[in-house]
Design a protein around this ligand. Structure first.
Ligand code: DC
Length: 236
């Protein structure tokens, strides 16, 4: 049996990372960790306390109070982010948090803190983790690295549908501006910007269905791990 499998999925906002990561976790029995949820939870915590989001010293002082955990609930089959034991999943998915999380995640003290938390969460665990810098910085030794991307228009459409599913009515123009801003911030920041790792497999899923994407990636993983059959069957 292969030990300690790490699958890193990076890519821009709304490229479908979390959908793919969840499906891979399910199919291969890996733990799923959504690294963006950690940046979002920290950002939400700061917003709730009306902390100045560029005050690095003030933020640093608060970090020891934070316990962040992305948990899978076998009963519901859902994952959720817990901040100091409280489920904050709905709060952290608000569009206002998305834009701020992109800003907060550029702060060196925040990157250092979250990177350590993520590495600890992935320690000795078979895991699929998605984000912006997983294959390049957080888990550079990952077994398989995927860089997921899609046309801007396709990503915009996915974001629109996602927000509609959450019951939010937001103008398309506003969502487009938000996506552009985040793309820009996440890929141009000085520390751990969104970047394709040299050994990552690039997948443009603009014209792939979910099933096609999942099968493509599962086959790539099997090839990489030299497997003929999936080793796990959905045990989290
Ligand atoms: O994946 P997401 O949209 O939930 O992430 C929210 C923000 O967090 C995103 O704009 C950039 C930041 N982030 C990051 O800097 N590094 C990661 N590994 C994951 C997310």
């Amino acid at each position: 049996m292969v030990k300690h499998i790490v699958i890193a999925i990076d890519g821009p906002s709304s490229s479908g990372k979390s959908t793919l990561a969840r499906e891979l976790a399910q199919a291969l029995g890996l733990r799923y960790i959504d690294s963006g949820a950690y940046y979002r939870a920290l950002t939400w915590f700061l917003m709730e306390r009306r902390i100045n989001l560029s005050d690095e010293t003030g933020i640093e002082a608060l970090l020891p109070q934070l316990n962040l955990e992305f948990r899978y609930n076998a009963a519901t089959g859902q994952c959720a982010m817990f901040l100091n034991g409280r489920n904050v999943e709905d709060s952290i998915r608000q569009p206002a948090v998305s834009v701020r999380a992109s800003e907060v995640s550029a702060l060196p003290i925040v990157r250092k803190f979250i990177t350590e938390v993520l590495r600890k969460a992935a320690e000795n665990t078979d895991v699929v983790m998605d984000g912006r810098d997983i294959g390049t910085v957080v888990l550079p030794e990952a077994t398989v690295k995927i860089f997921l991307t899609a046309d801007e228009q396709v990503r915009l459409q996915r974001r629109l549908e996602q927000l509609q599913r959450q019951g939010m009515q937001i103008q398309e123009q506003e969502i487009a501006a938000d996506l552009n801003r985040r793309d820009h911030q996440d890929s141009r920041r000085a520390l751990a910007p969104l970047r394709q790792a040299p050994d990552a497999i690039v997948i443009d899923n603009s014209h792939l269905t979910r099933d096609q994407q999942r099968e493509l990636v599962l086959n790539l993983i099997k090839e990489k791990l030299n497997l003929t059959n999936p080793i796990y069957e959905g045990n989290h």
